[in-house]
Design a protein around this ligand. Structure first.
Ligand SMILES: *Cc1c(COP(=O)(O)O)cnc(C)c1O
Length: 355
């Protein structure tokens, strides 16, 4: 606290990311990064962009990321004007709050979801109502019907991993035609249905995606919004009032190359999904309740072992998983799906701790 702070700063609730461990060889299963490297095409594209002397770095990047947007638009069967890019989907979400989710009626999102939504609501002074998830941690579609105002949720939801089927998403979008419905699809690639095919039918739908999870580029910071041209225009107006060059040159070519290697992307997702199902069975056999997941993590709880204690004991062994000190979920662990070896290591460590 300082007397030099603005009123705004005093009101903020900054997001707390998962710990970035300092230890030499941690098993890091706490921030849902991809355990596998990006496509080799990504490295080649970065090298090509740098050239031998880094000559291009002198120049500003394309403020509109035109090539990247054209590639990703073609990938999804959209027009480039239906694609917005930002410095990670976190930035895209922030601009979405500022440009599309602030209205008379409060924004609705689930009580248990990505905690950044509350941070953005504070930053942009957006009123919201947190709608309780059902007892099984699923989103109750009926809570979001009836033209209730803007709606935002992650599908699959985080940190639960549960997804709604596309038919339910469509009912929510169609049921709120006077407001924007934003779907955060950070984890959609691991088995859920994307709402992108609805975009041409609903002018009030925004779908947010990222290269951080399924495309192994968390370190590059590239995220997208897809939607009607006029919604994308709103995002661009905010972007150009904030930072005209959100994506550097290397990020633009890296993300573009990632979308050119569909095979690598499919193989990576399939490996993660196979490991998830294997780890799910192993944890269930140890007595864990496992929330059904279509994401690259599992949300689990043990009836007779305290979650905070398990997290601390795992950390003693340099195994990092995520724990949320929040009502209703403070007995859960969120475990990112790592490599086969990392999954085996966390399962073995838990087996010993439970014994
Ligand atoms: C990881 C994550 C994001 C942010 O991704 P970046 O593109 O890395 O900023 C957004 N939403 C949810 C739900 C996430 O888990």
């Amino acid at each position: 606290m300082s007397r030099y702070w603005s009123d705004l700063v005093q009101r903020l609730m900054p997001y707390m990311p998962g710990e970035q461990p300092a230890s030499a060889h941690p098993i890091k299963l706490n921030t849902n990064e991809n355990p596998y490297p990006p496509s080799p095409l990504v490295l080649a594209a970065i090298a090509r962009e740098l050239g031998s002397a880094g000559e291009t770095l002198r120049r500003y990047p394309d403020p509109l990321a035109r090539r990247l947007r054209a590639t990703v638009a073609a990938y999804h069967g959209l027009k480039p004007e239906q694609v917005f890019v930002g410095n990670g989907s976190d930035e895209v979400l922030a601009h979405t709050f500022a440009s599309l989710l602030k209205h008379e009626r409060p924004l609705r999102f689930p009580d248990i979801t990505y905690s950044f939504y509350r941070s953005y609501a504070r930053l942009y002074n957006v009123r919201y109502r947190a709608i309780p998830l059902a007892g099984d941690l699923s989103i109750r579609m009926d809570d979001y019907l009836g033209d209730v105002g803007s709606v935002l949720f992650a599908n699959p939801n985080a940190p639960t991993g549960r997804a709604l089927p596309l038919a339910d998403i469509e009912r929510i979008v169609a049921g709120n035609m006077s407001s924007v419905v934003a779907i955060d699809e950070a984890y959609v690639d691991f088995g859920a249905q994307s709402a992108v095919p609805l975009i041409d039918h609903y002018p009030n739908l925004v779908v947010v995606q990222t290269t951080s999870k399924a495309r192994s580029l968390a370190g590059m910071r590239v995220g997208f919004a897809f939607g009607h041209v006029s919604l994308i225009e709103a995002l661009n107006r905010v972007k150009d009032s904030f930072n005209s060059y959100p994506l550097d040159r290397l990020a633009q070519v890296a993300a573009q190359a990632a979308y050119a290697d569909h095979h690598h992307y499919r193989m990576t997702c399939e490996r993660v999904i196979a490991s998830r199902e294997r780890m799910k069975r192993a944890l269930q056999s140890q007595g864990f309740d496992v929330v059904p997941s279509t994401a690259n993590f599992l949300f689990v709880r043990h009836a007779s072992h305290d979650a905070a204690m398990l997290v601390a004991r795992l950390k003693d062994q340099s195994i990092f998983v995520r724990h949320f000190k929040q009502p209703r979920i403070d007995q859960h662990l969120r475990i990112t799906i790592g490599t086969e070896e990392e999954c085996d290591a966390v399962v073995a460590a838990l087996r010993e701790l439970l014994a």
